[in-house]
Write a new protein. Sequence first.
Length: 373
Amino acid sequence: MVFAYALYVPAGIALTSVYASQLVAVAVHVTISSWALFLVILAAVAGVAYLGIGTSSSADLVLALGEVAVFAALAITILVKAGPVHYSAAVFSPASSPHGQFTDVTNAMIYGIAAFAGFETAAALGEEARNARRSVPVSIVVIVILTGLFYLLVVVAEVFGVGRRGIPGFTAQGSPLGYLTSRYWSPSALWVIDLVVVLTGLGFVIAVFNAAIRIVFAMGREQALPGSLARLSGRRTPVVAIGGVAGLTLALGLPLTYAIGGARTFGYLAGAAGLSVVLIYLAVNFAVIRAFRTEFRSQFRPVRHLFIPATAAVLFLFPLWGILHPRTHQLIDLLPFAALGWLCLGAIAAGVLRSRRPASFETLGRIFAPAER
């Protein structure tokens, strides 16, 4: 989880900086390099995190509501203008993908998961939530359902809007949403989409940044990482953890953004982080089955605690296959294996902690599930 979030933060800032550069160029006719905007966005996100989780959550919620409203409006417009005559299930066939192969789907799933990832960050805020044992699970389930429905609406609108034969050309667009905006709204509305994409990126970065610092902060308190990471500022925010995550983001993201651009930086880092997320979700599904067949056997329900997690685990094998067996072989294909190396280091660290400090090992993560209050 730490590895994934450590890469998602610079990946998100890198991509946001690209759209921010485009927005500034269109709005005020000033060219600002994406690497310069990378610094500005990172400073803004770290500053919001320093102000506290209340400020961060409120800002994230406002950004999320704005982006959902605009994208939903565009999707509904596309569906209405395209009309039922263009509605066809054939657009969802792997044969409609850019190369007409199922590997297109498995490769794309990793970025779909990257876009969906983040709903689990609510668990990292359990210590700061009221009635965490109820509010955190409920919020996670609600977020998954609403986000899933929203993504389904947008994807259906996109593929129906371009049609089966138009999908390869659509994916080749520099700004797919910009293309749809020009076609179904107006070219004069392109700046609105650029603005919303920038706000979307900011919301994503704020969410994963908060999750990253909360996890690092908790591990510092539990002595799984240096205890200095648990130090608080005068505002009662984890200032050292914020500085650590910001520093790592700067070290990973800025050189890549400067050298190869924000879009490619996002592709590299998000792709490498994707394997971590897939492994996390796989592990959670297996853990649910094991936990309710052993420790919580009296609460076991076949559908909820066996069928659903087993089905989810099988589905996650598809993007895992896409990561480990890419359609083409390039240097970038080696990056996800860095996650496997990190996983091995984590296993070694866990083994050492379990043998030397078993009491600390048994309490790892309990800080996220505080007692009722």
